[in-house]
Design a protein around this ligand. Structure first.
Ligand SMILES: Nc1ncnc2c1ncn2[C@@H]1O[C@H](COP(=O)(O)OP(=O)(O)OP(=O)(O)O)[C@@H](O)[C@H]1O
Length: 249
């Protein structure tokens, strides 16, 4: 077992995964650099979600390795992986999954309290993030009283409020309208950049992928190419440089 390169916060080698015998990933390798925003693109069924689930320790690959910093994730037991996900990672689904009995700020603050944060500080951080995502006025509403797009903003606030090391976002703006989508994405990306959060973003939308530093494309569970964005700078053998990008909230 060889440890990953130092500048990769996440690193995967030759991942294979099958869902009930049908292959979803067949030999995918990639590295994600610290504070990088990486878009994983590909058509429906190409393996994007499965790749994010393997990288985040939700699924164990049948073959291959996943490393977070210098820690092997693929050899961790379920409890250690769970703790890693809770303490260092965050996840945004295409559909918001909120606790129906809790209002918007409580749903958001829950992520902080699960990491051991106090209620008062958790509430303050939650309200700040809801405000930043333009849903401060919904803070006391329960999920059933919110629009789908508002619920998704709450889910995004909940993911950002803990300033995770890595944010996995699986089609995070799928339930939003076009205008909403751009604003929420820019907020998400700007927050990630200002807090140094590494983002792995699954999307089949080229406009969304264009906001990332780098794109990795999948087709039928394999990597097919890498798009270099204008401004990518380094020229080594692995030339997937980081594009200059300035976004503000
Ligand atoms: N729980 C599951 N059970 C069986 N097959 C699955 C399951 N999840 C995914 N698959 C299959 O694995 C393959 C990869 O699916 P995956 O969801 O990772 O792709 P994707 O690129 O994220 O697709 P989408 O954009 O539709 O979410 C597909 O063929 C899919 O049908």
């Amino acid at each position: 077992m060889v440890a990953p390169p130092d500048n990769d916060v996440l690193w995967a080698r030759a991942l294979h995964f099958s869902h009930n015998g049908s292959p979803a990933l067949t030999g995918v390798s990639l590295g994600v650099r610290e504070s990088e925003i990486l878009a994983v693109t590909g058509p429906r069924g190409s393996g994007k979600t499965t790749l994010l689930q393997c990288l985040s320790g939700q699924l164990l690959p049948a073959q291959g390795e996943v490393w977070f910093n210098s820690t092997p994730v693929h050899t961790m037991g379920p409890l250690v992986r769970e703790r890693l996900r809770r303490d260092r990672f965050a996840w945004i689904d295409p559909e918001p999954h909120l606790v129906p009995e809790l209002n918007a700020w409580e749903n958001t603050a829950l992520a902080v309290m699960m990491r051991g944060g106090g209620r008062r500080a958790a509430k303050a951080a939650a309200l700040e993030w809801l405000e930043r995502l333009d849903i401060g006025m919904c803070a006391r509403k329960r999920p059933h009283a919110l629009l789908q797009s508002e619920r998704q903003r709450v889910a995004i606030a909940r993911a950002l409020v803990t300033a995770p090391s890595v944010l996995f976002a699986d089609e995070p703006t799928a339930p939003l309208h076009r205008a909403d989508r751009a604003h929420v994405l820019r907020t998400l990306m700007a927050a990630a950049r200002s807090h140094g959060i590494t983002v792995v973003l699954a999307t089949h939308d080229t406009e969304v992928a264009a906001l990332a530093d780098r794109t990795v494309a999948l087709l039928d569970g394999r990597r097919v190419n890498t798009v270099h964005l204008p401004g990518a700078s380094d020229g080594g053998s692995d030339t997937e440089g980081r594009a200059a990008c300035s976004l503000s909230v």
